[in-house]
Design a protein around this ligand. Structure first.
Ligand SMILES: Cc1ncc(C[n+]2csc(CCOP(=O)(O)OP(=O)(O)O)c2C)c(N)n1
Ligand SMILES: [Mg+2]
Length: 905
């Protein structure tokens, strides 16, 4: 490439110092450089321009100049020039009429709720800003699944839900009663949930959305998972996009910008993120002092996304074309969002004054427009043609995800309220305002109907309704719509896990290792193996999963362009385009989003994918609890495995690693089944049951299993049927000195702490006590079932009360009852109302600390000695005979009664 550069030489080259240049000189220089680039463009195209700029950048770097060539920001203008704007294929006038009807009905839903005095609330302003963005999508882009197309997943801003419902009502998919009962789900004739919640409306909403920020990682990882399924040959390559709409205020959530890199790294060209930049959040401007669109452009450009800005409506095209001196452009750059928000509420004459800002040339340009025309000039998000052009480009994009930054007006069309700082919370309008708004939208209702915010639906034969149906038919049907048709899978027969049930080698192992072995067996099982999705956030080695790397491969859309350092070992780090393992790096949010994508594939893709997500148990609920809550809402299935569990079993790691509370939090997730198993065979039973319920029975539940890293010899599974049932229901008798009935002491153990319980049993038996040991696999299951029985009894006081399972378990027993676990006491304490009065609980209240396992168990008072001590103290309290003997046995244990309380440290 040998094109002449600008002829004037650079003063920096001669002096090494930046020479001051007169403004006119530098303007001349700039002009010459631009002309040179124009030549380059004509000769070599965009690539040529890129190469020249890159070489200039390199030159600056060689000279050690603190100058960056190539700005991450483009001017504050639309990215697509008028000359490249795609033609609009729809009937603009008709679409506008339809949109106005939707705007009115969406508002009427909220107003009717307000008039009814139910106080259920609702939002108007978000949809008012987003209506055009959404309508262009609904009329021309969002496509359903068909024989030839994979289908789009459309995720809309939560607060636009009234507009989405209004559309479905016009389409005849929702009843008038439902619309009337917006935010009143319990009404007998049906109601509608506030925001997108599949749990509440499982045939309608696909993806939950209400907790700001989570929809972006959800969308990114859904897009990536679609590619995973294609690459693994499970889903045909028929296209299909994820369209995700978020607010500009929402983009402040760290989950948004924190997860965008993976989308470009993985070249997710099936992803379009649309950011509705109405410049406002709930309280006021998003970036009053600068421009949110420019800030987001820089972030997304830096992250490697294709960025399309839609800032100005078509009304500006003429003015911009006439702006040969760049005055208007300069003013557009100078104004900050705080100014723009103010302009949106000013009348035309004042707006003009501010735009012109004393500049006579600008004034002359603006004189071409009347005050009314100035007021009418729209932002890009109010112009369907500009939006269409952006969506078309995004839809055709290859090898990159696209973000479209669209400038809108919050509360657009809501007289007096649009653009105000209070518009987000605006839920009511008086009669005069209602009439003004309805008339503005051209709604042909009487004043009386408008006053009571009646819904308006044109005749089914009207042009509007026929158009609405025709467009959706052309695009494959209604959206949103959720399916849950999926094939059933049965768990492998129990015998397949023989090595875990009988432990022939007698080698000590941990429950984590047992789970890894269960996973390996499932990954070899015909009919099931292809559906297993192991997920790890850079912790595979911690959990002993690295052996799977070579066998199953780590999924990477790029494959592996290097020879791994351990290529010739059995555990080589093998990345592959069809890898089965999702290795998410240190990003629990991303890993959870992958779990969500895999665990909902039965609904989104009709594929029964079974995710097993292994993570440090402390970095689960308390780190990404909101994402797990989303799993519950989205009816996600799969297994969450909280590894390195237990406040004392994970030793040495200290406060921020040692988890003694995840099982407690797990109980707050209503459809999550949580288990704290002690033995390998228990895990086999639980995992089989999970597969049976989630994938054979198609139940909308998911599982949380804590897994420990303490090695011990796993016992053989007892033959009794009752054991398997007890494991699932939450507990069973593991051993008795003689019989259950004759036992004086009952010890309840779970997880790794079962080993301490068994040691305590031995010590107590050595003192001639008869002891029963109970394995409690899930206090949460026991508690829930007992609560449910309690409720039954409360509501049917005269009927025979159902007996809680926990009561039945201990029905024929007597003596003292001591529970010990590696979790907070409140976990085991939850069953206390159904336990005999002598029930005592030991647990790990307090922050963890760096110590050995043995010391930690003594410190938290869950060691075998403390369990013995508690049992003896309870005997001392409850027995009338042999007190002196018991006291001497207590003394012999040597427990320091004045040791500090770990819960208070
Ligand atoms: C995690 C979370 N925090 C706070 C809220 C409350 N909230 C709901 S909407 C909203 C403002 C949204 O602003 P923006 O994203 O700009 O959307 P807009 O309505 O302006 O389109 C807030 C703070 C929420 N829903 N979720
Ligand atoms: Mg906003």
């Amino acid at each position: 490439m040998s094109k002449p550069g600008p002829e004037n030489s650079d003063p920096v080259m001669q002096t090494g110092e930046p020479a001051g240049a007169a403004p006119a000189d530098i303007e001349l220089d700039k002009q010459e450089w631009r002309e040179a680039l124009e030549d380059i463009l004509a000769c070599y195209g965009t690539q040529g321009v890129q190469e020249i700029l890159a070489s200039l950048g390199n030159w600056c770097a060689e000279q050690q100049l603190p100058v960056r060539v190539g700005n991450v920001n483009t001017p504050y203008l639309n990215s697509i020039p008028v000359s490249q704007q795609a033609d609009y294929p729809g009937d603009l006038e008709l679409e506008q009429r339809l949109e106005n009807i939707l705007r009115w009905n969406a508002m009427a839903m909220v107003l009717q709720g307000q008039d009814a005095g139910t106080g259920v609330g609702g939002h108007i302003a978000t949809y008012a800003s987003a209506a055009t963005l959404m309508e262009v999508g609904f009329n021309h882009f969002f496509r359903n699944q068909s024989e030839s197309y994979g289908g789009d997943l459309v995720m809309l801003q939560p607060h636009t839900s009234p507009g989405i419902y209004a559309r479905s009502w016009l389409e005849g998919r929702l009843s008038t009663a439902q619309l009337k009962n917006f935010r009143r789900e319990l009404q007998p004739e049906g109601g509608l949930t506030s925001y997108p919640h599949p749990r509440s409306m499982p045939d309608y909403w696909q993806v939950p959305n209400a907790s700001m920020g989570l929809s972006t990682p959800t969308a990114i990882y859904q897009a990536r998972f679609a590619k995973y399924l294609e690459n693994r040959g499970l889903k045909p390559r028929r296209g299909g996009k994820v369209w995700c709409f978020i607010g500009d205020g929402e983009a402040d959530e760290p989950e948004v910008l924190g997860t965008i890199n993976i989308a470009s790294r993985e070249k997710l060209d099936n992803l379009v993120l649309v950011i509705n930049c109405n410049l406002q959040r709930l309280d006021g401007p998003v970036r009053g002092n600068s421009k949110i669109i420019q800030e987001l452009e820089a972030s997304f450009t830096g992250a490697g996304w294709d960025v399309i800005k839609v800032i100005w409506g078509g009304g500006w095209d003429r003015l911009l074309a006439a702006d040969s001196q760049g005055m208007l452009r300069q003013r557009m750059e100078e104004c900050v969002d705080g100014d723009y928000q103010r302009y949106s509420v000013l009348p035309g004459d004042l707006q003009r004054e501010h735009w012109v800002d004393g500049n006579p040339e600008l004034e002359q340009m603006m004189n071409a427009l009347s005050d009314e025309e100035v007021k009418q000039i729209k932002r890009g998000g109010q112009d369907p043609e500009k939006i269409y052009a952006a969506y078309s480009r995004a839809a055709a994009n290859i090898e990159k995800p696209t973000v479209i930054l669209i400038k809108t007006v919050k509360g657009d069309g809501l007289v007096d309220a649009a653009g105000s700082n209070t518009v987000h919370q605006k839920k009511n309008f008086d009669t005069v305002q209602r009439i003004a708004i309805a008339r503005n939208f051209g709604i042909p209702l009487s004043d009386a109907e408008i006053e009571r915010a009646a819904f308006y639906r044109p005749d089914p034969d009207s042009e509007e309704i026929r158009y609405l149906h025709a467009r959706r038919e052309a695009l494959g049907g209604a959206i949103p719509e959720r399916n849950s048709n999926c094939i059933s899978l049965a768990p492998p027969p129990l015998e397949r896990f023989a090595s875990l049930l009988r432990n022939p080698s007698n080698r000590p192992q941990s429950t984590t290792m047992a789970l890894v072995r269960i996973l390996s067996i499932l990954m070899r099982e015909d009919g099931l193996k292809q559906y297993i999705v192991p997920i790890v956030p850079d912790e595979a080695r911690t959990f002993g999963l690295e052996a799977l790397f070579k066998i199953a491969g780590i999924f990477s859309l790029q494959g592996q362009h290097y020879t791994p350092v351990d290529a010739d070992t059995l555990v080589a780090y093998r990345e592959a385009e069809d890898g089965q393992i999702l290795q998410e790096g240190i990003c629990e949010t991303g890993a959870l989003a992958s779990f969500l994508a895999a665990g909902t594939a039965y609904s989104i893709h009709g594929l029964p994918m079974i995710p097993f997500y292994f993570f440090y148990s402390i970095f689960g609920f308390q780190r990404v609890g909101d994402m797990i809550w989303t799993c519950g809402d989205m009816l996600c299935r799969g297994f969450l495995i909280g590894g390195t569990a237990g406040r004392t079993t994970l030793n040495g790691e200290g406060i921020q690693h040692q988890d003694g509370h995840s099982q407690v939090i797990a109980n707050t997730y209503p459809n999550l089944k949580s288990y704290d198993a002690a033995f390998a065979y228990e895990l086999v039973v639980i995992v089989r049951e999970g597969i049976r319920r989630m994938y054979q029975q198609q139940e909308n539940i998911f599982y949380y299993l804590t897994a420990y890293n303490e090695n011990y010899v796993m016992p053989v599974m007892p033959e009794s049927e009752a054991v398997a049932e007890g494991i699932i229901r939450g507990g069973y008798c593991y051993s008795s000195s003689e019989t259950i009935e004759s036992s004086q002491i009952h010890l309840l153990g779970s997880g790794s702490i079962m080993q301490q319980v068994l040691a305590a049993r031995d010590q107590l038996e050595a003192l001639d006590y008869r002891v029963s040991v109970w394995s409690i696999t899930s206090y949460n299951e026991l508690y829930r079932e007992a609560e449910s029985c309690e409720r039954q009894a409360r509501l049917h006081p005269t009927a025979a009360a159902p007996q809680a399972y926990i009561k039945a378990m201990f029905a024929d027993t007597s003596g003292v009852y001591i529970a010990a676990s590696d979790y907070m006491k409140t976990l085991a304490r939850s069953i206390a109302p159904w336990m005999p009065a002598s029930y005592q609980v030991l647990g790990t209240d307090g922050y963890g600390l760096s110590e050995s396992r043995e010391e930690l168990r003594d410190y938290f008072e869950i060691s075998a000695e403390h369990i013995c001590h508690t049992a003896l103290v309870q005997l001392l309290r409850t027995q009338t005979k042999g007190k002196r003997r018991i006291q001497s046995q207590i003394d012999a244990l040597g427990i320091n009664p004045d040791k500090p309380d770990p819960a208070l440290r």
